[in-house]
Design a protein around this ligand. Sequence first.
Ligand SMILES: Nc1ncnc2c1ncn2[C@@H]1O[C@H](COP(=O)(O)OP(=O)(O)OP(=O)(O)O)[C@@H](O)[C@H]1O
Length: 377
Amino acid sequence: MEKKNFIEIDGSILEGGGQIIRISIPCSIILQYGKIVIKNIRGNRPKPGLKRQHLSGVQLVNTICEGTLKGDKLDSSRLELIPSKIQGGSFKCDVKTAGSVTLLTQIAIPVIIFSPSPIDLELSGGTNVPLSPQIDEIIYCLVPYLSAFGIDIEVVLKRRGFYPKGNGIVEVHSQPIPKGGCLKAINFTEFGELSKFTGVVYSTPTIPQHVNKRIKEQAEKLLVEKFGKKIPIKIDQRYEGKQSSFGQGTGIALFAHSNTGCILGSSALGERKVSSEEVARRAFQPLVEDIESNACVDRHTQDQLIIFMALAEGISKFRTCELSLHTQTAIHFVTELTGAKFLTSKDGSSWIIECEGIGHKNGLSMKDREELETNQK
Ligand SMILES: Nc1ncnc2c1ncn2[C@@H]1O[C@H](COP(=O)(O)OP(=O)(O)OP(=O)(O)O)[C@@H](O)[C@H]1O
């Protein structure tokens, strides 16, 4: 696809939330668009406009690419970015609320892997907060799928942070794709057999220890009742201390592994007036549904892989459960921005998402790229 000088995105269509920003801005930085404008930001939300998490994320990647940003204010409904070159180095970003750190990783990871040199990020905010992936799901589920694309990143949880104060800390260490190299296509279409269940149950010092224990025991009980005793289960209990957590919270992340390398994740947060047993059940139930639908990628990881499929070289494919609106939105915008071709089809109880990626090469100027294409013909 030709390099575009200007693109305007309508942030109110389909899911109409923050995800449109986290997809469009990295694409325009990586592909070096002249200018991107996003209008009607989060136009499908009751309180539209940029909130702290979105604002921090956009400012972070703008700093990394030494771009020029306009409209980067709280509640702004229009954003304009003129990207420049992605630079290596160390960067910090603090949402200053419980705004999700994992959604910061969502906007940052596609950008930092296309840097000329390593990037280290220190991100602060909520690590285990509602309506976003838990940090444990990023570390134990998303990162292994990213490795399959050839992405070399390490995500390290330094301190958990919860609603309403956030103040958790996550580090991301990234080695860039080698100059002239591309992401590899992935193929996760055969789940094979369940090989094990893993998980993490965490709690902060002010939560009684029996809560953590009961969540773990209930999760194990539900798994054994459903899948029998033969599949190994290993759920770690983490009683976080004052150094490793800020604020108060508890929760669980569960993972189902298959002998073909698939990992399905699911999580739940503890809540006042919700029993420990119910917290375990809230993580267990969607996991079972995803396993029963024969998915190789779970319902919340689906949309997060779309941008990488589009940038990779060759045909990527994965099998998943019902397509979420987030995934449909990601496909819509990534297609518009990259020119990659997506196909979705129902196959029995699951869906296949297939993409012919554009094979974007890291660190090549337009001239290098044209020369390479001529030589390949
Ligand atoms: N329970 C969950 N577990 C894991 N991932 C989740 C969960 N809920 C949402 N997500 C993921 O978090 C992201 C949320 O995107 P979304 O656009 O809704 O968020 P947002 O930026 O907070 O904006 P908004 O407030 O506009 O919804 C998506 O990638 C979605 O798949």
